[in-house]
Design a protein. Structure first.
Length: 115
């Protein structure tokens, strides 16, 4: 069983920065693809950023240049550095990890950006 936990969500003002963290624990090993998604009220969940074992990263167009995903190669952890936040970034942010053909999700952490 793999357990995923996100942390770092908060209420911030527009223009501020925030760093989210994700940690996967349990029966997991190796370097696995990880991703951050978000879901705002009334909207579909969308992929924000992903990072692959070789270090390749991908970002949604709406966050390119503002968000940065990273990971610890020796642990199943990932951070999402979010800069220049805008109200449209307000959402519940979810961490996802792929392991042995399965996808595991955390419960999410709330990010609210006030104008």
């Amino acid at each position: 069983q793999v357990h995923v936990v996100e942390s770092g969500g908060a209420l911030v003002q527009s223009g501020w920065s925030l760093r989210l963290s994700c940690a996967a624990s349990g029966s997991i090993s190796g370097i696995n693809p990880m991703a951050w998604h978000r879901q705002a009220p009334g909207k579909q969940r969308e992929l924000v950023a992903s990072i692959y074992p070789g270090g390749t990263t991908n970002y949604a167009e709406s966050v390119k240049g503002r968000f940065s995903i990273s990971r610890d190669k020796f642990k199943s952890t990932s951070d999402l550095q979010m800069n220049s936040l805008v109200p449209e970034d307000s959402a519940v942010y979810y961490c996802q990890i792929f392991y042995r053909g399965r996808s595991y999700w955390g419960q999410g952490t709330q990010v609210t950006v006030s104008s």
